[in-house]
Design a protein around this ligand. Sequence first.
Ligand code: PLP
Length: 454
Amino acid sequence: MIEKTSHVQEEKQELLEKDRQYLWHHISPHNENPIIFEKGQGSRVTDIDGNEYLDAMSGLWCVNVGHGRETIAEAAMMQMKKLGYVPLSNSHAPAVNLAEALNDWLVEDYRFFFSNSGSDANEVAFKMARQYHQQKGTYGKYKILSRYRAYHGNSMGAMGATGQASRKLKYEPAGEGFKHVPPPYCYRCPFGKEPNSCSLECASAIENMIEWEGEASVAAVIVEPVITGGGMIVPPDGYLQELRAICDRHDVLLIVDEVICGFGRSGEPFGHRNFDVIPDIVTMAKGITSAYAPLSATAVRQEIYEVFKQKEATSHFRHVNTFGGNPVSCAVALENLAIIEEEKLVEEASDMGAFLAEELSVLWEFPVVGDIRTFGLMAGIELVEDRESKTPLAVEKMNQLLAFCREKGVIAGKNGDTVPGFQNVLTLAPPFIITKDEIRQILAVFKEALAGVT
Ligand code: PLP
């Protein structure tokens, strides 16, 4: 036993040394002491020392069916043995079957363009939106409107649509024609209104922007159903429906970014279904494979696709993506969707989301809790120095809180704006198979953690 333990320690040290020398970590400032994870099962992941953690964020809001799914591994292996790759200028069964399956998840009929990441899916959506208007003979409609606090990805266009200044600061200019309006953030209403006593000024801001920029220059509006990574900002009733009407009035496409909200995370098949809105374009990634393989899709209403079928040599969509729609990723996605359907995980996410929302209400006893926002199986607890001033909880305190949770075996998230001082939303987005006991475990750790914040 002692021998085994020392062997693990040696392996860990070796990995850490190489990690420090060769690996560039995502998101965090240079992480000199990363946890080295080794395996995952259900809602839990285990590190190289054998410590178990409840993965209360499903990785990055993505491992929706939970870790360690054998049938997904088998589907990947079988497809890899059969046909590992051909480009999608021709076709293969996993892509065709996946496109059909995805169409069944949506209300209207769509066409599917496959890529590798959420950022890719949004880039494709922007290019399609711009070309669509030209194909119809309307030139000059190129601007893409989105909201501050939104996150739509890290590539130039997707970053352009993102509304978080410090994610962009060092990399701008990030493409031409991206404009932002204030978010529908009732807790800190940018229009100074009280919740439920406003006239949806946040939606009107988009119509004003379209008019002021000139309708003839605006191609599309992109929104997540709820802003997730920007701090779980749930719009007021009627907001998304109003955006749909605004887009229709101005011949502007409505792109709904379902990268996080899709595939049951919202408690419905897609987040826009929570609001009974039909988007022109839907972008999806993460939960499409529960992150077992990279894949994303841009779904476009069939009428939009038809416009690209004109005969001129330049009318088709000029976009190629080597890995997009890789047969193995598509096979993984098909198995992932089959699991969600067979195990009724959309319903499960909705039920567990309702349970989580109920349980979270005990946190109001802590004065640092300013607001609690939930949507499907996601939650954001906005932490403040005091409820009166709503000063965001200092980021050092947020970091301490998350470190405490990790020590107690719970991995939670920290979201908000990347503007200094506004990373004060504690987030949860557990796998859909999380149990009530596991939710109670998260809450017990949160209570202990919040009791220690002064
Ligand atoms: N859109 C949303 C709403 C996201 O949350 C993300 C990533 O977190 C993206 C797009 C970008 O996805 P990816 O990281 O796969 O490029």
